[in-house]
Design a protein around this ligand. Sequence first.
Ligand code: CP
Ligand code: NVA
Length: 314
Amino acid sequence: MNHLLSIESLSRDEMHAILGLAARMKKTRGAHEKHPLRHQCWALMFSKSSTRTRVSFEVGIRELGGDVFFLAADDIQLGRGEPIADTARVLGRMCQGAVIRTFAQSEVEDFARFSGIPTINALTDSEHPCQILADLQTVNEKLGSFAGKVVAFIGDGACNVPVSWLWAASKLDFELRIAAPAEFQPDPAVIARAFPGAHGATCSNPQGGRLVVTDDLEAAARGADVLYTDVWVSMGKEEESAYRMAQLGGYQINARLVALAKPGALVMHCLPAYRGKEIDEETFEANAATIFDQAENRLHAQKAVLWMLAEARG
Ligand code: CP
Ligand code: NVA
C-alpha cells in the first residue's frame, strides 16, 4: 500500500490488515515496539474544517515518532490559484508524507501522483476512507466482528461517508442498507462500479457482502445491528441547506427508529452531530459512549495506516 486515497482503491486484504494493526495500535498505545515515522515530517493540507481528523493525525504522527505541520489551503499559494500539481511537487521534495482534505477526489489523486510521497485522503466530496476504517474497527470491538452484520445508514446517502461504506460493503461480508430520499441516494454509476453485474435494488458480492438502497428508513432499520448517520449538509453544500433540511427531514435516528433495530443495536455517528436534525438529542446522548469510542478509533485506525505506509516505503 503506497497511499490511502479511497476505500474503492483498497483491497479486502489491505482492509483486514489495517484493522488488525489498528487493534494492536490501540492495545499498545504508549508502548509501540518501534516508531516508524522517526526522522519524518508530514504535512496536513486542509481546504475544509476539521476537529477529529486534524487532531487524530497530528497526535498519531507524533506518537509514531514523526513531526507534522498544518497548512490551511487558503493560507498558501494553492488558495491563490497555484496548481495542485506544483504544490505537490514542492511538498514532495520537503516532506515524507501528506494528509489532504479537499473537495474533488482528483485533487488527492493528483497530489499523490505528482508528490511521489505517501498521501492520505482525509475526506473529499467522494470518500472519507479514514472514517470508515475507524467505524469498522468500532463495530469489530463492540459486536465481535462486522462479518454477517447489518449496517443501516440513514440520511444523506450520496455523500462521502455512505459512499465509502458502500465500497466497504462491496468488498467485505456485511450488509449495508442505505435509506435516503431518491435524490440523496448513491450515484448509480458508483453502485455499478462497486457491484459490477448487479441488477435491481439489491447488490451482492462473492464474499457475502450486500447493498440495499431504499427510501424506506423503517425497512432499513428493521433488525439492523448498527444504525449510522452523518450530517444532512456536508461541507461545501451550505448553499443547499434549506432545501436539504426540507428533503431530508424525517430521515432521523431517534427512539422510534432504534426500537425497530435489533435489541442492543449500535448507534453510530461520524460527527459533528446536529441534534434535532439527523439524530435527536436523547438518542445521541444515550449512545455517546459508542459514538466517542468511534471518534477515538480515528487515532488508532489512522496510526495503522501511517505504519503500513511507512513500512511499504522501507
Ligand atoms: N468525522 C470527521 O471527519 O470529523 P472532522 O470533520 O472533525 O475531522
Ligand atoms: N459528510 C460530512 C462528513 C463530515 C466528517 C461532510 O463532508 O461534511
